[in-house]
Write a protein that binds this ligand. Structure first.
Ligand code: ADP
Ligand code: MG
Length: 309
């Protein structure tokens, strides 16, 4: 199957309140799919529907081409937003218990847990009680338990909240490796800026509606404006600015650099090429910085929300 998971026209109401309004997403097999949107957008509601914890009012979810069924639960690994581990139980004991519940034999569970604990450098936590761990530490343990039975589909609800930057980065890299090893991954986040490099595909959800979705590279291409950030040490600043202003839309740019360069943002017309601009700039001074401005997911979100409002 090309698409491991398809949600079609899913709606969900809580009383009068619409939590999801006709939302569809398609998750290609062996991809990382980011469900992005601010708090209260409806991300967790959709994830709970995919995990068969809540039923949609309308619409359906297909897993591997067939309507979701209770037996699919064992093929899905789910890290919920509300992390729940038994506080007074020891880490290792609990991890073994939960691994057995997911169908692993005792030997298998032990072997895989040893591998993961070593991998994340948390072997010394084995005999600690969960209540002795910080929130981030407990989250690391729960991450291991989620991936342990090597499910086809992994669903992480806000996997980075609660982590410091070092651990967030570590989990990011583990997610990339899980995809390389053949898993399909869906994760949600309200922190749009920090994760875009992780997703192959994404959907933006806002106030229960999907605003846009697709391949991240296609979306970014569609939203880019042919604008370049330039750092130049001009031979004659007045002439340069005059020439630029009569040919392009020119603004100030703000980026960090170690030079005293003139910093500009220059927008080309669709038919103009970056090479022509660069050649011209080189003829007028020393170019130290030349980068195309690619909109961030956050920029795209703001733009979409304001145009749809
Ligand atoms: P997100 O995960 O994007 O932050 P949620 O899916 O958790 O958002 O929630 C979307 C909206 O639905 C919120 O306004 C929330 O208050 C509401 N909601 C979620 N679950 C329930 C529920 N069980 N009963 C009533 N309202 C709910
Ligand atoms: Mg949520």
């Amino acid at each position: 199957m090309d698409n491991l998971l398809v949600a079609e026209n899913v709606s969900k109401h809580f009383g009068e309140f619409t939590a999801l309004n006709n939302v569809s997403i398609t998750i290609p097999t062996k991809s990382i799919f980011g469900l992005l949107g601010p708090n209260g957008a409806g991300k967790t509601t959709l994830i709970r529907i995919i995990n068969q914890i809540t039923m949609p009012d309308s619409g359906r979810v297909l897993f591997d081409g067939k309507p979701l069924s209770p037996s699919d639960v064992s093929l899905i690994g789910y890290l919920p937003e509300e992390r729940g581990l038994y506080k007074s139980m020891k880490v290792g004991e609990q991890a073994l218990y939960l691994a057995r519940l997911k169908g692993l034999s005792k030997a298998q569970a032990k072997e895989r847990l040893e591998y993961w604990f070593k991998r994340l450098d948390i072997t010394h936590w084995w005999d600690k009680k969960i209540q002795e761990l910080s929130k981030g530490m407990a989250q690391k343990v729960q991450f291991v338990i989620t991936v342990l039975h090597e499910p086809k589909l992994l669903i992480f609800d806000e996997p980075f909240s609660g982590f410091d930057p070092v651990n967030a980065d570590l989990i990011k890299n583990e997610i990339l490796k899980l995809r390389e090893d053949g898993a399909t991954i869906l994760f949600s986040t309200h922190r749009m800026e920090s994760v875009e490099e992780l997703c192959d595909y994404m959907a933006l959800i806002h106030k229960s509606n999907k605003l846009l979705d697709g391949k991240v590279s296609d979306i970014k291409r569609a939203y880019k404006s042919n604008t370049f950030e330039v750092g130049i040490h001009p031979r004659d600043e007045a002439i340069l600015l005059q020439e630029l202003n009569s040919n392009f839309k020119v603004g100030k740019a703000h980026f960090k650099s170690i030079t005293e360069d003139l910093k500009l943002s220059i927008q080309l017309k669709p038919e103009e090429s970056a090479n022509d601009l660069l050649q011209y700039l080189i003829s007028r001074g020393t170019v130290n910085h030349f980068v195309e401005v690619i909109p961030s997911v956050n920029d795209i979100f703001i733009k979409t929300v304001t145009t749809n409002a």
